[in-house]
Write a protein that binds this ligand. Structure first.
Ligand SMILES: NC(=O)c1ccc[n+]([C@@H]2O[C@H](COP(=O)([O-])OP(=O)(O)OC[C@H]3O[C@@H](n4cnc5c(N)ncnc54)[C@H](OP(=O)(O)O)[C@@H]3O)[C@@H](O)[C@H]2O)c1
Length: 432
C-alpha cells in the first residue's frame, strides 16, 4: 500500500456518510493510530446531485458505476456500503478477483453468498472484512475471530435486531400492541416502511449465520436455520411473561449440543435477572460463553451511521496495517466445512404455552394430559380471567413446562388444536 490508505466507497447513505464523518472529524487521530492517513480516493454515487447531510470528501473522485472502484489501480480497499444482493455482489466479487481488500456491512449478502465470496478472498489472499455487518458498532466479529480464538465456544446468544427489540420493549413498557409499537418504531426511524426483514427475524438470522461461522468454523446454510419473527407476540403474553418474572425478546442463539450445532432465531421468554433481559430499545447485545473464558457480553448500538461507521473504519485500519495475511473467517481453511446441524425437531428448551379455551370442567386436565402424553412435564399453570374480556366464556390457560423437545411440542400442539374446547390457535414461546 502507498503512503496513504486509499479507499473506494460505494454507498453514500447512512453508513457511508457516518464513515465519512469519522474519517474527516478524526483524521489526525486515525493517522496517529495507523501511521498514515486514510483518504477517500473515489466515491460511487447513483445521483451526484442528491442533497446529502455529509459532503463528499475533498479530493474524492466521483464515479457513477461502482464497478469502476474494483478496477481502479489507485484504490487499496473497496468499501461496500450499498446493501442488497445485486450490485453489491458484483462489486465485491470483482474487487476480490482484482486482488483488492473489501470491507462491507452487508450481512444479507454474506449470509446468502458468503461461502463463495470468502473462498474467493482466500484464493486471492485478500481481506473480506465485515465487522459492521453483525450488530453495527459492537465489535463481536473481532472478538470471536481474535480475542476468543483459543476458546471452544459453547454458546452465542444475542439480541441481534434493534428494530424488533425496540418494538418488544415498547410493548412491554407501554402495553402497546405489536402494530402500535411498529408504528412508533417507524416514526422514530427504527423501522423501515417494509419492516419484514427485521420483524420476521430474517435480519437476525443473517447475523446468526455469520456468528456461527466465526464461533464454530462451519458453514450453516441460511435456509436451514429455524426462524420465527415477533409479529405473533401479543401484549397478553408479555403480561404473562412479567408474571413469571420474564421479558420477551427476539433471541438468536447457537450452541453446541452433543457435538452438533443447535441454532435458531425465535421470540423467547427470559428471566428478568439475565443481563440480556435488561437490553431495551434499539440496542443490541451478544453473550458468548467460551470454555475457558466463561461468559462475555457485549452491548451497544447495533445501527446508526456513526456506530456502524466506527466498525467499518476499524476493518479498514486493520487491513491497512501491513503484515499478517488477512484473517477473514478466523480459520485457515479456504472453505469452511458444513455444519453438523442438530435436527430442529431435536431442539430442546423450556416452553410457555397459552391456550384459549372454553371455561368448563375437565379442560385443564385434558390439556395437562395432552402435554403429559408426549412426555412434556409441567412446571407451572396459571388460569385466570383475561382482563381485556372479563365476561367471556373463553379463558386463557397458561403452562410453563420443563425442557421439551420440539418434536414433542409439535405433536402436543397437533393434538390440542383438534380439541373441541380450544377456541384459538395455541401460542407457544421458548424459554431461554
Ligand atoms: N443503517 C445502519 O445502521 C446499518 C447497520 C449495520 C449494517 N448496515 C448495512 O450497511 C449497508 C448500507 O446501509 P445504509 O443504512 O447506509 O443504507 P442506505 O442509507 O440506504 O444507503 C445506501 C447507499 O447505497 C447507494 N446505492 C444503493 N444501490 C446502489 C447502486 N446500485 N449503485 C450505486 N449506489 C447505490 C444509495 O444511493 P442513493 O443515495 O443514490 O440512494 C445510498 O447512498 C447495508 O448493507 C446495511 O445492511 C446498516
Amino acid at each position: 500500500m502507498s503512503s496513504q490508505v486509499r479507499i473506494g466507497l460505494a454507498g453514500f447513505g447512512i453508513v457511508g456518510q457516518g464513515l465519512t464523518s469519522i474519517l474527516t472529524g478524526s483524521a489526525q487521530w486515525i493517522e496517529r493510530r495507523l501511521g498514515r492517513p486514510v483518504a477517500v480516493h473515489a466515491v460511487a454515487l447513483r445521483d451526484p446531485h442528491k442533497q446529502r447531510a455529509v459532503p463528499i470528501p475533498d479530493g474524492a473522485r466521483v464515479v457513477s458505476n461502482p464497478l469502476e472502484l474494483a478496477q481502479d489501480p489507485d484504490i487499496d480497499i473497496v468499501v461496500e456500503l450499498m446493501g442488497g444482493l445485486g450490485m453489491a455482489y458484483d462489486l465485491i466479487r470483482l474487487a476480490l478477483a482484482s486482488g483488492k481488500h473489501v470491507v462491507t456491512a452487508n450481512k444479507h449478502l454474506l449470509a446468502e453468498r458468503g461461502e463463495e465470496l470468502f473462498a474467493l478472498a482466500a484464493q486471492k489472499g485478500v481481506g473480506l472484512y465485515y465487522e459492521a455487518s453483525v450488530c453495527g458498532g459492537i465489535p463481536i466479529v473481532q472478538t470471536l475471530k481474535e480475542s476468543l480464538a483459543g476458546n471452544r465456544i459453547l454458546a452465542v446468544t444475542g439480541i441481534l435486531n434493534g428494530t424488533s427489540n425496540f418494538i418488544l420493549s415498547r410493548m412491554s413498557s407501554k402495553g402497546l400492541t405489536y402494530q402500535a409499537a411498529l408504528k412508533k418504531a417507524q416514526k422514530k426511524g427504527y423501522a423501515e416502511a417494509d419492516p419484514t426483514l427485521d420483524v420476521e427475524g430474517f435480519d437476525a438470522a443473517h447475523k446468526l449465520v455469520l456468528l456461527i461461522r466465526l464461533a464454530y468454523g462451519h458453514d450453516y446454510p441460511l435456509n436451514k436455520l429455524p426462524v420465527t419473527g415477533i409479529t405473533g407476540v401479543t401484549p397478553l403474553d408479555i403480561a404473562y411473561a412479567k408474571e413469571f418474572g420474564c421479558q420477551v425478546k427476539l433471541i438468536g442463539q447457537a450452541k453446541m449440543v452433543d457435538g452438533r450445532i443447535m441454532a435458531g432465531v425465535h421470540p423467547m421468554m427470559l428471566s428478568q435477572s439475565y443481563l440480556l433481559a435488561q437490553v431495551h430499545g434499539a440496542f443490541n447485545a451478544v453473550r458468548v460463553v467460551g470454555d475457558a473464558v466463561g461468559a462475555v457480553m457485549l452491548y451497544g448500538q447495533g445501527a446508526g451511521g456513526l456506530p456502524t461507521g466506527s466498525a467499518v473504519l476499524a476493518d479498514i485500519m486493520d487491513l491497512a496495517r501491513d503484515g499478517a495475511a488477512p484473517n477473514n473467517t478466523g480459520f485457515p481453511e479456504k472453505m469452511l466445512p458444513p455444519a453438523d446441524i442438530l435436527p430442529p425437531e431435536e431442539e430442546c428448551s423450556r416452553r410457555y404455552f397459552r391456550f384459549n379455551v372454553e371455561d368448563k370442567p375437565g379442560v385443564l386436565a385434558a390439556l395437562a394430559q395432552a402435554l403429559g402424553d408426549v412426555g412434556i412435564s409441567i412446571y407451572q399453570v396459571v388460569q385466570k380471567v383475561d382482563p381485556s374480556a372479563p365476561d367471556s366464556n373463553i379463558v386463557p390457560i397458561v403452562f410453563m413446562t420443563h425442557q421439551a423437545k420440539q418434536r414433542d411440542v409439535e405433536k402436543a400442539l397437533e393434538n390440542i388444536r383438534a380439541m373441541p374446547f380450544v377456541k384459538a390457535e395455541p401460542v407457544h414461546l421458548r424459554v431461554l
